[in-house]
Structure formats: C-alpha cells, structure tokens
Design a protein around this ligand. Structure first.
Ligand code: SUG
Length: 448
C-alpha cells in the first residue's frame, strides 16, 4: 500500500504579534514590541503550503486558535462582558493580555507528537497533544489543539488521541519539535527518536544554566508508552545543554531528520556517537540504512544556526529517492550558511536541492519552515479517512487566501490587542474558517 508524509501547516491566526513572550527564544526576545503584519504572515505561510502542494507533496492545513483567549483571562479572575475582560486586563496586567493574544499555535510542530500506525501496538496513528507548559501563552493551546486534531482525524478505527501530559514542568512536552522518525518507507515500521533537554527525576543528567530546557525525558517516555511504541523502535537522546543556553529552545532548531537521514549540527547532542550507533542498529533491524549528515561547527556555528534557522528546515523525499531542503530566506542572508548549503547541494550526497521561502513574519518570533508544520505519516487508507476539508487543494488555497484578505489586519502593535473590536473580528473570521475547513464547532466561543 502507498504511504505518505503529509505536512499539516499551521495557518497563522489574525492576532499574530511580537509579544516577546518566549525567554530562551532569541528571535522572540529581540523582536519584542515591534509591529507585526498578520496578513502578510498568513499569506507567507499559505504560499509555502501552495508551493509544496504544487511540487507534488501531500499538504494539509491546521486551523489557528481563538485569540484573544477571553476564557483564559476569566480563569485568571478578569470578569464582566468580553470587552470588559479585555479592557481590565489591558489596564491591570498587559503581559497577561498579550499572552492571551499570542498566535503561537501557528507553530504546529509543537501541537502534538504523532506516531504512525506502523510503529504502534494497536496499529492506529497516535496523537498526544503537547502541554507546552514551559510558557503560559503556549500552555493554553492544548485543549483547542485536541479538539481541532479530533475534528481532522476523527475516525477512531485509524486514529487515537491522547490528552496532554500532566501540566507540570516535570512533564514539559513540546511535541514533534523534539521528535523525529526514521524509516525506510513511511508505511513501514520505523525508529522514533525523542530528544529531551533535561530529566525531571534523575539528577545524573546535566541541565542548561541559563535558559529553560522545555522537554523532559519523563515526558518523552510517557508519550512513547501512550503510543504503544516498542523499546526496539525508540531512541532517546539528550540535547546538549550548552546549545539550549545559546538559544536552541527546541531540537528542531539544531537537527532535522527524514526517511533514513539525520541532518544535524556537531554540537546538537550529548553522547553523539552512542546515539548514532543506536539509531543505526535499530533502523537496520527494520530494514533501513541510517545516514547522518553532520554540519561541523567550523563551517556553521551554533549562533549561525540559531540566527539562520538552517536546521529548522523541511527535509523532504523526492520521487527519485533524493532529498530537498526547504529553508527560510535568513539562510541565504547568512554568508557561511549559504556557502555551506551550496556545497551540500552540489556534493552528490542525498540532499540535492535547497529551496528558499520568505517566512519573515513567523521567523521574527522564532518559527521557521519546520516549526510551521506537523508531519503525519499515513498510508492510503488512513489518508482517505482524514477530514478532506483540511487537505490543501488549489480551490482551498484560493478560498483561504481570500479569507485572509477579507479578515486580517496588516499591522498590529500591543495597543491593538486591547481593542475589543479585534475579538469580534477574530471570532467572525474563525467562525467562517471552521466552515471552510469543515471542522464543526472547535472554538470556545462556538461551544460554550
Ligand atoms: O514556543 N515563539 C514560539 C516559537 C516556536 C517554534 N517552534 C519550533 N521550534 N518547533 C516558542 O518560543 C513567541 C511569541 C511571542 O513572543 O510573541 C513564541 O511563542
């Protein structure tokens, strides 16, 4: 049976803004308070989805969340009408209003961890929504994420959904951003690679000194258990704490994998040789031949990687077995990175082509091409069971583009977030979106 990797990209929501909310994420911190352009952000994302679809890849779309999250503000004690809740928060606790307005759900690599049916004990595709509990503005995403994923992958014969892990830092879980799957073919059993930043219960593991390690070993192990993964199909590795301290807040900022290939920076992991050997032997047991492409620090520094998002790229398999790397424009503007990429594509190795996309609006908050997509490996039968409303087609691209043009503002600053009119605009837009994507009622304003 045919199988595919389907990339579901997060549609950027209408409140996209630079709130400076993510300590440890260099771009988020350094662009704090700049004015943003939500319309341009959404159109940049849609252009990437369209381009991948046009190249023949399977492409889907994941809806944004309801923001401002008035219900979240009410849970923090703000009361009255919706407009009063927003105005009171703006007056008394602007950072909480900003957090409740973040469009951070666009980075759907953090929406969930997904295990394809070939790896799981019950032969279904398993999803665990990420609790994202390191940052308040992200910790409020998972209830809606679960409803949206449930509406996209509704058929229980093929899809199993798990609620987010317990909402404490000891089970900090950032979803697929710290998870990669290696396989010979998408429909065959593979090796799932979980990368954690620290252990919550075992003091033998080192931890970063400056910035938080968002993913714990205990969270990764819990996800593997929930998904029914076999020990011989799983590898755990620790992120190098010193790169977290240099701004590598997720593993997908320093490594990316696809098929039998891991593309990574020399400084990305601890005990790299042991990890590579385990990946290689476990992949060999399921018939695969592991290959790694290491980028040496002499060619590209960790700082270059963080600034350019070289590794936050999409590594995609082409029909002839070679691979294509989708990188952000920032890679072309970094001389060392661009020189490295030219050499890589021309070296006769597995990565033959590099394509550049302008995702500046998202990049300025620390979200590159890979952050914007959630990968779901599906066989033909499973793909046919996905809600067809969320699969990208030329007509869907047209209607989403027009929807953005109709509903989005082209400028947003902190002051705009306090405008109660923004809430009405967003709700009107999202109500229409659920009809376009045929999701049913998924937002708090639609179900309460
Ligand atoms: O969680 N930025 C996101 C970026 C997530 C990128 N995802 C992956 N690497 N997979 C984060 O730090 C910034 C929001 C703000 O500051 O307004 C933010 O949430």
């Amino acid at each position: 049976m045919k199988s595919y990797e389907v990339n579901f990209d997060g549609l950027v929501g209408p409140t996209h803004n630079y709130g400076g909310l993510s300590y440890g994420n260099v771009a988020s911190q350094s662009n704090s308070q700049q004015s943003s352009n939500p319309k341009e952000a959404a159109l940049q994302g849609l252009a990437k989805m369209k381009a991948l679809m046009d190249m023949g890849f399977q492409q889907g779309v994941l809806a944004p969340q309801e923001r401002p999250d008035v219900a979240a503000l009410r849970r923090l004690g703000f009361a009255g009408s919706d407009a009063q809740v927003i105005q009171q928060a703006a007056k008394e606790a602007m950072p909480l209003l900003v957090a409740s307005c973040s469009a951070s759900s666009m980075w759907v690599a953090n929406a969930a961890t997904v295990s394809p049916s070939a790896d799981t004990a019950d032969g279904r595709v398993h999803f665990t929504a990420a609790n994202l509990n390191c940052k308040y503005h992200r910790s409020i995403e998972h209830p809606t994420t679960s409803r949206v994923l449930g509406a996209m992958f509704a058929d229980q014969k093929h899809f199993a959904h798990h609620a987010a892990l317990p909402a404490v830092a000891q089970f900090g879980d950032e979803g697929a951003a710290n998870h990669t799957r290696f396989c010979k073919a998408y429909g065959e059993a593979g090796v799932e690679f979980f990368v954690f930043g620290r252990s919550a219960f075992d003091t033998r593991y080192p931890a970063p000194q400056k910035y938080p390690a968002r993913q714990t070993l205990e969270a990764s192990r819990a996800v593997a258990r929930l998904h029914g993964l076999k020990e011989e199909g799983v590898v755990y590795a620790q992120q190098n704490p010193s790169v977290i301290d240099q701004g590598v807040f997720h593993n997908d900022v320093i490594a990316v994998g696809n098929g039998e290939v891991l593309f990574y920076h020399e400084d990305a992991f601890l005990e790299t040789d042991k990890m590579l050997a385990e990946l290689s032997s476990k992949l060999a047991k399921v018939g695969g031949k592991f290959q790694s492409v290491c980028v040496p620090r002499s060619a590209v520094t960790v700082d270059d990687a963080v600034r350019s998002y070289l590794f936050n790229s999409q590594l995609l398999s082409r029909a002839d077995g070679s691979m294509l790397l989708i990188v952000p424009e920032e890679c072309r503007s970094n001389e060392r990175v661009w020189q490295y990429l030219q050499g890589l594509a021309g070296s006769g190795g597995v990565i033959r082509e590099v394509k550049v996309f302008d995702l500046k609006q998202s990049m300025q908050n620390g979200g590159g091409p890979a952050c914007l997509r959630l990968r779901v490996a599906l066989n033909e039968t499973e793909l046919a069971a996905v809600n067809p409303g969320v699969i990208m087609t030329a007509p869907l691209y047209e209607s989403l583009t027009q929807w953005v043009e109709r509903h989005y503002r082209d400028r947003m600053t902190e002051n705009d977030l306090a405008d109660p009119q923004l809430l009405l605009e967003c709700r009107a837009a999202l109500d229409e979106l659920t009809q376009i994507l045929k999701l049913g009622a998924v937002y708090p304003f639609q179900i309460n």
